[in-house]
Every structure is written in structure tokens, then in C-alpha cells.
Design a protein around this ligand. Sequence first.
Ligand code: MG
Length: 157
Amino acid sequence: MRIGYGWDSHEFKAGIPLRIGGITLPHDKGLGGHSDGDVLLHALTDALLGAIAGPDIGSLFPPSDPQWKGADSAVFLREALKRVAVAGYELVNLDSVLILAAPKIGPHADAIRKRVAELCGIAADCVGIKAKTPEGIGTEGAAIASATVLLRSATSS
Ligand code: MG
């Protein structure tokens, strides 16, 4: 068994789509970044890579590389899952926390859970999506995500 942990933050910017967990949420601001800014998929990608002691997301997909400009972050997640499989592991479940002032995640949590489960090839009841508002930490201009994963050996049941 392996565990992995990932963390990420991105700043809100006006006039770009808000991508969280592989879906687009209705909001007047999105998350800036070199890729699509999907803070949850980035944290999850790093959790998977960390569980196999792999290189982190920034090493595999450097922001300086123009091919990742505006990239769908599902590409990063798929690469991490591929590396997990090559290392002989499979994802059991994942849990995550989002910290953002707006929009409210509650109405979208099931859609995010479903999409993340689909991207990861696991059941939706193996995907934890929790959201908090940034009380007293002064991060209203950003979205923060953390993710934890559990892997098991793919050869033992
Ligand atoms: Mg990121």
C-alpha cells in the first residue's frame, strides 16, 4: 500500500473559465495558470506522483514549456495514473479539500466527484470532495486544493 499527498493553489482571474475537477463551473472568474488552472486535478496529480515517489507535476510539465499552455489538466492526471500503473499500483480511493471563497462547491460536488472518478477509473463513492471557505487566512483571491490518495499493489487483491 502507498499513500500520496498533493497541494496546489491558483489565483482567480477575470474573464477565463473556472475549471475544477475536470469540469467548468459557472463563475465570473477562473483560475490563472499556464494550463487550464485546474487546482484540484493538479493536487491530485501530485498526490499520485508522490505516492510512487515520482517527479512532481512541475518537473513533468514545466510551465516554461509552451506545449502546456492552456492544457487540459486531465492530461497531467492521465500521465500520473500511467506512472502509477507502471510502478505496479492501482488507485483505491482519494480524498480532497478545496478552499475557496466562491463559488459554492456544494451544488457542483456530485458533478466534480463523477468526473474525477471517471478520469481516475474508480467508483464515485471512492472520491471525496470537500469544500471550505477561507476563514481568517486571507486567501480570498485564490483557490487552494489538497488531495490524498491510497494505492494498492495491482498484483495483490
Ligand atoms: Mg497548479
